[in-house]
Design a protein around this ligand. Structure first.
Ligand code: PLP
Length: 378
């Protein structure tokens, strides 16, 4: 099955009871048993829920994995992956990481004896430098947030292979429409389904996808034992969102390309970050490992004025000033004070995250209206 068919059909069948074409929302906490222990595969809804199972099967197919495991948020999904580690274990992560992921590693897991290394993964040699016998996870985020650098997934996986460490790729920014890390050698894929998968800014959810039975068992165990599961209504919403994933991301990418070109030509704009530019330092890798360049664009101002950035952030009408990304509507955000406020300024500046940096999540509106909105605000 090709991608555009998978989003609509993979793992999804009419309800065997009623023929309902859309997956029903099984809003139940428990299931009747015929005799003690004799049941239809469903005992208690933290452990199994039919709406969730359909979504999990669909996600596994989209990422070319064997198992999808859903959580109540992207960070809950990350927490499950991190709980594979024991005290003394180490994780190597991108230094340009989603703020909440950085906070979870440094403020939660480091308290339990796990050591985090944050390196510039655009040069895989930096991963090699921190890799040792205690490394259990290498955590890649690509494209990175908000600088939109690209990490060569295949190169990092090749380097880590044989070391005993697992490679997990946070595929939130690309979505499986643009990038399937398991095909490039990764062991786990993580999603904040809140973003492109859900696609309508109406649900918070996370997911892990793997291609190995034993690893799947470990994550299912944590899903049940720790219990951060999504509700069936949320699973329904994400299933519904996924049906148009390919159409939404395709249009959003086309819009983003035009907006990136517009920003590049604007005299008030400083740097524009978008991996589709031929002179983007990681353009060649983006081209080889992604099927499009994504719909996130970041830029800063030529004079790096925070006041000027604040004025722009409050002046757009179609771009809503809000955290998050990946919905049908365009959003504008200020990483230094919003998504990345939990990262110290000295760390932020190391990756080029200046005070005037503005991040756009380009939606699927008519691009002419989006361009006019930005033109007026800037
Ligand atoms: C939003 C996001 C997360 C966290 O997901 P939640 O659903 O908000 O918990 C993790 N990684 C990336 C790249 C994100 O954008």
């Amino acid at each position: 099955m090709k991608f555009g068919t998978k989003v609509i059909h993979a793992g999804i069948h009419p309800d065997p009871q009623t023929g309902a074409v859309m997956t029903p929302i099984y809003q139940t906490s428990t299931y009747a048993q015929e005799a003690p222990g004799k049941h239809k595969g469903y005992e208690y809804a933290r452990t199994q829920n039919p709406t969730r199972s359909v979504l999990e099967a669909n996600l596994a197919a989209l990422e070319n994995g064997t198992h999808g495991i859903c959580f109540s948020s992207g960070l809950a999904a990350m927490d499950a992956v991190m709980r594979l580690l024991n005290p003394g274990d180490e994780i190597i992560a991108s230094n340009d990481l989603y703020g909440g992921s950085y906070r979870q590693i440094t403020k939660v897991h480091e308290r339990y004896g796990i050591k985090g290394h944050f390196v510039d993964m655009t040069d895989p040699a930096n991963v090699q430098k921190s890799l040792n016998e205690n490394t259990k996870i290498v955590w890649i985020e690509t494209p990175t947030n908000p600088m939109l650098s690209i990490v060569d997934i295949q190169a990092v996986c090749a380097l880590v292979k044989g070391s005993g460490a697992l490679v997990c790729v946070d595929n939130t920014f690309a979505s499986p429409y643009l990038q399937t890390p398991l095909d490039l050698g990764a062991d786990l894929v993580l999603h904040s389904a809140t973003k492109y998968l859900g696609g309508h800014s109406d649900v918070v959810m996370g997911a892990v996808v793997v291609k190995d039975e034993k690893l799947a068992e470990s994550i299912y165990f944590l899903q049940n034992a720790v219990g951060a599961v999504p509700g069936p209504q949320d699973c329904f919403l994400v299933l519904r969102g996924i049906k148009t994933l390919h159409l939404r991301v395709q249009r959003a990418c086309e819009n983003a390309a035009k907006i990136a070109a517009f920003l590049l030509g604007h005299p008030k704009v400083g740097k524009v970050y978008w991996p589709g530019f031929e002179n983007h330092p990681n353009h060649a890798i983006a081209k080889s490992q992604m099927r499009g360049f994504g719909a996130m664009v970041s830029f800063d101002l030529a004079n790096d004025s925070l006041e000027e950035a604040n004025r722009i952030l409050s002046s757009t009408h179609l771009f809503t000033l809000a955290e998050s990304l990946g919905g049908v509507e365009s959003l504008i955000g200020h990483p230094a004070s919003m998504t990345h406020a939990s990262i110290p300024k000295s760390e932020r500046l190391k990756v080029g995250l200046t005070d005037s940096l503005i991040r756009l999540s380009v939606g699927v509106e008519d691009v002419d209206d989006l361009l006019a909105d930005l033109q007026k605000a800037i």
